[in-house]
Design a binder for this molecule. Structure first.
Ligand SMILES: *Cc1c(COP(=O)(O)O)cnc(C)c1O
Length: 378
């Protein structure tokens, strides 16, 4: 058992009560509670529409399908992400094309994105790494120039803003994750937020077998027949998931403040520890503070990880770059040295415990353990 776990969920008794009350209603699939969550999510992100899905992966997958991206097409994305970001491109038969990231923030560099645009490029998927929003104005300007779709992978960025804008304000859509350790969770779950009503309509059909009416439409009034307008998927968010997430969404300002406070506490403490580098905070960005990472000498990174675990500190690595995974090397010809900035982050990064309930005492234990190991290995 870790002294300081990597993650402790912020689910509370009121969330459990809300889930229990849905379990007593007998309507467990997509219905009223899902619609309520979607409406609150659209309000929170200040977008016109939210469509709940099974995961961020399915949200991004369905966006690509809804935008008509398929075999023969290319989609530009970042190697510094969870593999889902590139896998969804493979799922539709398109080719993931990577561009290197900023070595200090881990976010895509717009000029490097533009440099890999070809005749076949159909979309760009930027990732707001660790919770800092990419330069969406610059990325979407490039997209406008070459007539490309932009899907934000906002799995880390629910609370993120940049300058005066938020998710989905420049792009076609932003995809969220409510996976167990994300900033709010429904166990598993995701959503697309967008200002494009016709895209939202297509996504609602695609998430449920291409059916023109969901169960709530069919059973809550007089029975209505449905049509099937495409061979859609099975990726709908259900009422149980939505019930779990609603309360966290209502408390999001408070949960986010706790995360930011904890993030700032680490940032200040680690600035004084020799041998530890930190990610650069971007000006005028509201950090979603999803992950707090330190950078250490790649030669001692794994020893560092194990040293922290031996001292009872939960750790993770976010991320080893996607282009170095076997599948991407063998299927797309990716190779070591191709994206040096992403590789430098991937070989030096360690994620530390960051969650709304982390205490100052727990954070101090983490800081002391890191300083201890840095001195030992330094
Ligand atoms: C977690 C994560 C995903 C996948 O989210 P799921 O809801 O598990 O599908 C995608 N992209 C990034 C950057 C993530 O961290």
């Amino acid at each position: 058992m870790n002294k300081v776990p990597f993650f402790r969920s912020a689910v509370d008794e009121s969330d459990i009560e809300r889930v229990s009350s849905v379990l007593r209603t007998n309507f467990l699939t997509t219905g009223q509670v899902t619609a309520e969550f979607e409406s609150k999510l659209a309000d929170y992100t200040d977008t016109g529409f939210a469509v709940g899905t099974m995961s961020c992966t399915s949200a991004m997958h369905l966006c690509l399908i809804a935008m008509g991206v398929g075999p023969g097409d290319e989609v530009i994305t970042t190697p510094m992400s969870f593999v889902a970001t590139a896998n969804v491109v493979s799922h539709v038969g398109a080719r993931p094309v990577f561009a290197d990231v900023d070595s200090e923030t881990g976010n895509l560099i717009p000029e490097l994105v533009e440099a890999v645009v070809t005749e076949r490029t159909k979309a760009i998927i930027p990732v707001h790494l660790y919770g800092q929003m990419c330069d969406m104005e610059a990325i979407c300007q490039i997209a406008g120039k070459y007539n490309l779709h932009v899907i934000e992978d906002a799995a880390h960025g629910l609370e993120a803003r940049r300058n005066e804008y938020g998710l989905g304000s420049h792009s076609n859509a932003a995809c969220l994750s409510f996976y167990a350790t994300k900033n709010i969770t429904s166990g598993e779950g995701g959503a697309v937020v967008t200002n494009d009503e016709s895209l939202a309509d297509r996504l609602r059909t695609l998430r449920l077998h291409g059916m023109s009416a969901d169960a709530a439409d069919r059973y809550t009034g007089l029975y209505r027949h449905y049509d099937v307008v495409n061979a859609g998927w099975k990726a709908n968010m259900n009422n149980i998931q939505a019930a779990l997430a609603i309360g966290q969404l209502e408390r999001i300002a408070q949960l986010h403040r706790l995360r930011i406070n904890a993030y700032n506490f680490y940032d200040e403490a680690f600035a004084k520890v020799k041998g530890i580098a930190l990610m650069r905070r971007i000006d005028n960005v509201r950090h979603a503070a999803h992950l707090f990472t330190i950078r250490v000498d790649p030669d001692v990174r794994d020893a560092f990880l194990h040293g922290l675990q031996e001292r009872g500190i939960g750790v993770a690595v976010n991320f080893r770059p996607i282009h170095l995974m076997s599948h991407y090397k063998s299927s797309y010809g990716c190779f070591e040295g191709q994206y040096p900035n992403a590789e430098a982050i991937g070989s030096s990064t360690i994620s530390l415990p960051l969650f709304p309930g982390v205490t100052i005492d727990e954070q101090q234990q983490v800081i002391d353990a890191v300083a201890d190991i840095a001195a030992e290995l330094g």
